[in-house]
Write a protein that binds this ligand. Structure first.
Ligand SMILES: Nc1nc2c(ncn2[C@@H]2O[C@H](COP(=O)(O)OP(=O)(O)OP(=O)(O)O)[C@@H](O)[C@H]2O)c(=O)[nH]1
Ligand SMILES: [Mg+2]
Length: 323
């Protein structure tokens, strides 16, 4: 197996040493270890983009099908990652390199991803919690997608997400190609397509020429995608985006109230739209599912009226359970 022949000139000597080791390696195990080491030490910039993407593809191929290659692959764990959901919804950022996915995670959450002008900086998914009013969304930053290769990890995350959220950059001169790469991933994952009102972030609204590029993007795709222009740098567009994410998650918040006590506003019960009084009781605590009766407050109700377990609840309702 030859590692990409068209090498940029400025690779470190260790890289070439490893390349020779790779060629001499006898087992897949060894080859994988060397490829990972090559990826680790290679400087990541525009000039090395091809080599980096080539290395990643080889590493993924080794991990995907170790036994097909003659190695002792039986019993190896799957490398495609699944991240358990937390908070009111799982939102997975995905997209081409350098669009600002890590910057969004860094600015919008407490997570500390590496943000850099070199493409493919992010190599593993990273999670942060994104506050929206009195709830939190789980935001996941992922390794950037490549033109000709879909990473199993990113694919799995995209599949399992409540919202798969592509991030494009208004600093890119290849916006339409970028969107094609994103669409290919969404189609493969079967989660997120224009038909179901796919949301897209157009980041870096603050850069020179962003307005013009946004116009072009809207002209071509404004009808098929819901495009949200933001600047992770300045925070512009963030509030509008968060409101839309809340709406797209299709959830509601109800507020529990103990008899004779004030309403708890800072810890809502979060439920899918269409949930019932019983769902709210279970959401509060399993002990409440046997409640005797419940009273409710909200625009759809008479203040404090009694409701039955199967009545649907509305966003913002206050519910008082009597055991
Ligand atoms: N001006 C401006 N620059 C931004 C913005 N968001 C990100 N950047 C810059 O764009 C570059 C790439 O940002 P990252 O967040 O590392 O991009 P990424 O999508 O995670 O890319 P990978 O390296 O592939 O992981 C960095 O130099 C950021 O500082 C933005 O809203 N405005
Ligand atoms: Mg990144």
């Amino acid at each position: 197996m030859e590692v990409n022949e068209k090498m940029p000139a400025n690779l470190p000597p260790t890289y070439y040493k490893l390349k020779h080791e790779h060629e001499a390696a006898k087992t897949d195990e060894e080859r994988l270890r060397i490829l990972e080491e090559m990826l680790r030490i290679i400087p990541k910039h525009k000039g090395s983009e091809k080599v980096v993407s080539d290395l990643r593809r080889r590493i993924a191929a080794h991990k995907r099908a170790p036994s097909e290659k003659g190695g002792k692959g039986a019993g190896r764990k799957s490398y495609s990652e699944h991240i358990p959901k937390q908070g009111a919804g799982q939102i997975v950022l995905l997209g081409p390199p350098n669009t600002g996915k890590s910057q969004i995670l860094a600015k919008f959450t407490n997570a500390k991803p590496e943000v850099s002008a070199t493409p493919y900086t992010t190599t593993t998914p990273l999670v942060g919690m994104l506050r929206y009013e009195n709830i939190q969304f789980q935001l996941i930053d992922t390794p950037s997608i490549m033109q000709d290769f879909i990473s199993p990890t990113v694919l799995t995350l995209t599949r399992n997400a409540d919202i798969s959220l592509p991030v494009l950059s208004l600093a890119s001169d290849n916006l339409l190609d970028d969107l094609d790469a994103v669409t290919a991933l969404l189609n493969e994952a079967g989660n997120g397509t224009p038909e179901n009102g796919q949301l897209i972030i157009a980041n870096q609204l603050d850069v020179a020429g962003a307005d013009e590029r946004l116009e072009i993007l809207k002209e071509f795709y404004g009808e098929t995608f819901q495009i949200y222009p933001i600047s992770a740098e300045t925070g512009e567009g963030k509030d509008v985006l968060l409101e839309e994410l809340y709406r797209a998650l299709d959830i509601l918040r109800v507020y529990p109230k103990a008899p004779g006590k004030a309403v708890e506003r800072d810890d809502p019960i979060v439920l899918p739209n269409g949930s019932t009084v019983l769902d709210a009781a279970i959401g509060l605590h399993k002990d409440f599912q046997e409640f005797k009766f419940a009273r409710i407050w909200g625009p759809q109700w008479h203040d404090g009226q009694s409701v039955s377990r199967n009545d649907v609840v509305y966003d913002g309702d206050v519910v008082e359970f009597h055991l």
